[in-house]
Design a protein around this ligand. Sequence first.
Ligand SMILES: O=C(O)C(=O)Cc1ccccc1
Length: 293
Amino acid sequence: MTAQTQLAFLGPSGTFTEEAARVMSGVLASDLPGEEWVACDTIADVLDLTASGATAFGVVPIENSLEGSVNITLDWLAHEGGLVIAAEAALPVSHHLLARSGVSGEQIEGIVSHPQALAQCRGYLRNHFPGVPQYAAESTAAAAERVIRDPEDLAAIGTRLAARIYGLEILDSEIQDEANNRTRFVLVAAESRWTEDQQREFCRRHGSSKTSALITLGEDHPGALYEVLACFARERVNLTRIESRPTRRGLGSYHFFVDMEGQWWDPAVIRAVEGIHETGAAVRDLGTYPVIA
Ligand SMILES: O=C(O)C(=O)Cc1ccccc1
């Protein structure tokens, strides 16, 4: 099996990320490798494997409508480098409470899940399981696996599919605090193999496109961010998201993730990027890609 046929995702089987990968492979069809999918233990493992070329693509969560950014993903993209976004899908996320068969709600000694899932059910857990300890897992399906083998009577928050795969019962369903809970997932590929030509072809075949960039301001001065944003405004490039993350160079030092409508090679985007460089800021292309769901 070569890397060209492999897709890495946050596993084990039964995660939301796997669901997103399945939706992406349905839409992208022959453009995605169908032969071998690799379940990884952590988001960082998915990104490492894909950046190293061991797998052709990776799928990870990047943002949730209730909890905001998945910082591990953003920080990896900023600090490790070598990956670009090849596609995006935003999917509804419903959480369920899963326990071993025969274990009732009153017996639950702890709740385990991915931190984003615990956070998205914060109100429910406060009302129904006050004082019950919560444990973080690398994914919702890893949490379901833990419920099977842990000597304590734990419950996991996870997908219906995880309940089936791991033989757990659904104690309660749709327990997320907001009905309209959505998560954005991204398909990533190594920058060295996912060239601009491939990005152009992918967008041509799969429609609407969006561009992500990482902006690092130059020397600190009043209006530095304003000057950068003015470049987009001047060229009428519409931003759909701006998110700051620490650069790790000390308190008060940030870089900015920006999503925009349009393509990296559009004349207006090219002019905006040139203008940003003139302000002393650095801009890194994180990919132009189709939004498929
Ligand atoms: O843990 C999972 O199943 C994931 O795919 C990560 C995640 C967790 C919570 C909401 C969306 C994605």
